[in-house]
Design a protein around this ligand. Structure first.
Ligand code: 5CA
Length: 439
């Protein structure tokens, strides 16, 4: 993408309504714009980030055998009357009436709809387990939407739902999902820690929140430093073996981790002092096992091995995909702007042409750009070098290829790593191989 043609409305002024750094940076870097309280339009650079995050989430869901569907945003009230949640959900639910006076709602979550879809088609225990998920917009009429996309009214969620024939199998589904979550967050370049949680309006007996560490987070957290270095991608877990999953879950939950609401001083005091960490965090995921709460209340059963009807055991598993964009920025920025983890950034790298119109600069930039057409951002604007440096740092591209007239004449490029500020001068041919490896 050529920056001269890219719809990237950056702001110089810091918007007054934005109280936290991620909200300020998302507005300044032209990622989103608010269209109504707690409702945002995603502009091209922001949408690229949202898509990159969704793709990692999708790959890790698929890797544990979850299957993607797409349920609508609008749901008939009737489904929620069957579970008893239509009245219980309260004013957070946006209720809508169509021209035929039928009650609809904009889904805040999808337990009822997926249970109904499941019940229409699955009749036998032989078809279990099933795990279905979608990535879809939700609406919750929060009293006080704030912090930009972090607590919006309309937000993008990945929500998955598992159906199992018995408790043991449902617990294995829960463990599998916990592994998928830890892998997902690690691939997104953030440290997320699972913490025992309350189940709230979703209900259930077993629940964990996943908290990203960020100094500006809403909750206080206490955790074992072992989480900071653990490599979840290297966990030796056989996801088809419940015993292996159980062992992974036991290892993971053996480390102390709690939000301030659940903090237990006695248990905390058993953590080695040099490993005790206190910080702040943001909830980016939440998983629940709630047994037969919805299958039971909605009368959805399958025939069991002995021919008798059985209410399948369920769990639901959410990731705040749009919240993650803000949370990643909270966890990864400096005074100059965003520092995107690799794989999340709108572009893996930017090429900065410091002197458009200079024949050597233009020729070298075009060569680099053509090595990964459309994948990198080429700053070809007729702007001063300082403006380009500032915008590249604000946008947070993991790598910057800086092409100035003197270097270009000698076939040299300066390569900057955004996260460390490290710079090195490399040959154009090395820049080309680096771009090939990135794109
Ligand atoms: N049905 C369950 C799991 S599928 C559920 O709805 N869980 S939840 O309420 O915890 O939401 C899942 C995730 O959505 C949260 O962990 C959070 O990351 C995100 N989320 C919840 N409310 C908002 C909001 N108002 N704005 C942005 N993200 C939100």
């Amino acid at each position: 993408m050529r920056l001269s043609r890219f719809f990237l409305p950056t702001l110089k002024e810091i918007p007054a309504e934005a109280q936290i750094v991620s909200h300020r940076l998302m507005l300044r870097a032209g990622l989103v714009r608010q269209t109504a309280s707690g409702i945002y339009a995603w502009l091209p650079a922001g949408l690229r980030v949202l898509r990159n995050i969704s793709e990692v989430v999708r790959q890790e869901q698929d890797a544990i055998g979850a299957q993607e569907v797409l349920m609508p945003t609008l749901q008939p009230a009737e489904l929620w009357r069957r579970s008893g949640r239509y009245d219980a959900y309260g004013p957070e639910m946006l209720r809508i009436r169509d021209r035929h006076e039928r009650d609809l709602l904009y889904g805040p979550t999808n337990e009822e709809m997926i249970t109904d879809l499941f019940g229409q088609s699955v009749k036998s225990y032989r078809e279990l387990p099933q795990v279905l998920y979608h990535i879809q917009w939700k609406f919750r009429d929060e009293v006080r939407p704030r912090f930009g996309v972090m607590r919006g009214r309309e937000f993008l969620m990945k929500d998955a739902y598992s159906f199992d024939i018995d408790h043991a199998s449902a617990v294995a589904s829960y463990h599998r999902m916990m592994l998928a979550y830890l892998r997902t967050f690690q691939r997104l370049g953030v440290k997320a820690i699972p913490m025992v949680a309350d189940t709230g309006p979703i209900g259930g007996e077993l629940s964990h929140e996943f908290i990203i560490l960020a100094p500006t987070g809403e909750s206080g957290v206490f955790y074992d430093g072992a989480f900071e270095t653990h490599d979840w991608l290297a966990e030796p877990v056989d996801v088809d073996d419940p015993a292996s999953l159980q062992a992974f879950f036991a290892r993971t939950t053996a480390f102390y981790a709690a939000t301030d609401e659940k903090h237990d001083e006695a248990a905390w005091s058993t953590v080695a002092p040099e490993r005790r960490r206190e910080g702040r965090g943001i909830e980016v995921g939440h998983i629940f096992h709630f047994g037969t709460k919805y299958t039971g209340s909605m009368g959805v059963s399958v025939s069991g091995p002995d021919g008798q009807p059985v209410f399948p055991q369920m769990g639901s598993y959410g990731i705040g995909v749009s919240r993650l964009v803000g949370a990643i920025i909270e966890a990864s920025h400096d005074e100059a702007g965003i520092i995107w983890p690799d794989g999340v950034a709108p572009f893996p790298a930017a090429i900065l042409n410091l002197k458009p119109g200079d024949a050597a600069c233009d020729a070298l930039c075009e060569r680099l750009y053509a090595a990964a057409p459309g994948r990198l951002l080429l700053d070809d604007r007729a702007e001063r070098a300082g403006v380009k440096f500032n915008d590249a740092d604000l946008l947070g591209h993991p790598w910057q290829f800086v092409v100035g007239p003197r270097g270009a004449a000698a076939g040299r490029v300066e390569l900057k790593r955004r996260a460390t500020g490290e710079r090195s001068e490399i040959d154009a041919s090395d820049a080309l191989s680096k771009i090939a490896a990135l794109a």
